[in-house]
Design a protein around this ligand. Structure first.
Ligand code: HEM
Length: 424
């Protein structure tokens, strides 16, 4: 087995400028011609493009490991190619059995009932961020991208007025091309700031327990013991990284599509209860997290290809989500599609822990934008997409004009005072 050449070989680089423009077409070609293929980009890796391959790999943790293996592909986050320079992330960088108790601890604060408790917080930030632009009649609609960051930071008990620093750190690592000045700034300046601030917060909360998710992680039992500061930090950095960018990516893409499809936009304005099902379809077609990686731990034959221990593999959720074997008319956006077994949140044991929170935020953002500024017109010539669409796809800037409306928060401040006093 191990002497066999890796094949078929394709030219594929999900971080290239070509891929940023043509990711849907690039994945379609792979899916149709070589659903499992090898590329030499970034030190070499397998690309899994059809639903079947992505499904099988993400459910086989013994061969397709999520754990950090610095000996294969260098140091860094195991689930990106190349590996992002982040702290060790729990539970995403663990395989069973180590994985299980940590995931159980995370589930307690991300389950549907826990997310329902965040309804008020979500509404507050969606209302407040729309308030910042509503009277002007022209603005950057990408401001809604601030909501998931503020909600996540608030939920952890950190200072939500500093939300932008967290976006600059964690979101830039997955939306800027590796090696670019923004990426280097994120890795060398912004991420260390996050690390200092969050570690100080953990220490503060040990002495001053609150009602936030950080306090939960300090107190929760993992295998009959509480966690160390390092373990808690590993979870918090992952949650911030998962929480700040993905939902923004989903909502920005959905809002631009709704502008381009005014009849569909009108349907959602006329019947906002349709937004829940529409969001599932937006998740499928826009796949905010386009693809994530695994490390192969055994020589084996996978879908006719000779994969080897130590090889890296990229599982494209975005491509699986447009597989015609699984979805009728996969390139058509049908906001009433149901059932919709998309894999935008991944598959198997690592399926997104924040899916309920992500969906709750996306629904509220889309509903409020449509209700309060539903006639928005996008200046399509000035749209700015993420420079790199390899891991997260979406828009940095969406210049719009619309009929001005009223602010709704009144005297309530967007960022409550008490957060800024924590640790002061
Ligand atoms: C539209 C929004 C979101 C999308 C598309 C998304 C996507 C994903 C995907 C594809 C995975 C699977 C990773 C893998 O298999 O390697 C994942 C895992 C994860 N996500 Fe999300 N995510 C979203 C929102 C969130 C939010 C808001 C949070 C914050 C709580 C979050 C936290 C996590 C965590 C903690 C994991 C790791 C789960 C594990 O390893 O068991 N995500 N997400």
């Amino acid at each position: 087995m191990s002497d066999q050449p890796r094949c078929p070989v394709v030219h594929f680089d999900h971080h290239s400028a070509d891929h940023a423009k043509n990711h849907v077409a690039n994945y379609r070609k792979l899916r149709e011609e070589t659903p499992v293929s090898w590329t030499d980009a970034h030190g070499g890796f397998w690309v899994l493009a059809d639903y079947k391959a992505v499904f099988e790999a993400s459910r086989d943790d013994e061969i397709f490991s999520s754990a950090r293996h610095d000996e294969y592909g260098g140091p860094g986050l195991s689930v990106t190619i190349p590996k992002a320079p982040t702290a060790f992330h729990i539970p995403i960088e663990l395989d069973p059995p180590d994985f299980r108790p940590y995931r159980k601890a995370v589930n307690k604060v991300t389950a549907p009932a826990a997310v329902e408790n965040l309804d008020g917080v979500i509404k507050h930030y969606v209302t407040g961020f729309i308030d910042t632009i509503i009277e002007k009649g022209n603005a950057d609609l990408a401001i809604v991208a601030a909501v998931p960051a503020a909600v996540t930071i608030d939920w952890l008990g950190l200072d939500p007025s500093e939300y932008k620093n967290y976006v600059d750190a964690m979101h830039t690592l997955v939306s800027a091309a590796p090696g670019t000045p923004e990426y280097v700034h994120a890795a060398e300046v912004a991420v260390p700031w996050v690390s200092r601030t969050v570690r100080d917060h953990i220490a503060y909360r040990r002495e001053n327990p609150g009602t936030d998710a950080t306090t939960h992680f300090i107190n929760v039992d993992v295998d009959d013991r509480t966690m160390t500061d390092d373990e808690i930090y590993s979870i918090l950095e992952l949650v911030i990284s998962g929480g700040v960018g993905t939902t923004a990516s989903l909502v920005t893409q959905s809002l631009v599509w709704l502008y381009e499809n005014p009849d569909q936009r009108q349907r959602l304005i006329d019947d906002p209860s349709m937004v829940d099902i529409a969001v599932e379809e937006f998740l499928r077609v826009f796949s905010p997290t386009q693809a994530l990686a695994r490390t192969i731990l055994q020589d084996t034959d996978f879908q006719g290809c000779p994969v080897r221990s130590g090889d890296r593999a990229l599982l494209s959720w975005a491509s699986a989500n447009r597989d015609a074997e699984q979805f009728e008319s996969p390139d058509e956006v049908d906001i009433t599609r149901w059932p919709n077994r998309h894999v935008a949140f991944g598959l198997g044991i690592h399926r997104c822990a924040g899916s309920h929170l992500g969906k709750a935020m996306a629904r509220e953002m889309i509903r409020q934008v449509l209700a309060r500024m539903g006639d928005y017109v996008v200046d399509m010539d000035r749209l700015v997409t993420y420079p790199d669409q390899g891991t997260n796809a979406g828009f940095h800037s969406i210049p719009v004009t619309f009929t001005p409306g009223e602010r709704l928060l009144g005297d309530t401040p967007l960022f409550a005072d008490h957060y800024t006093k924590i640790g002061a």
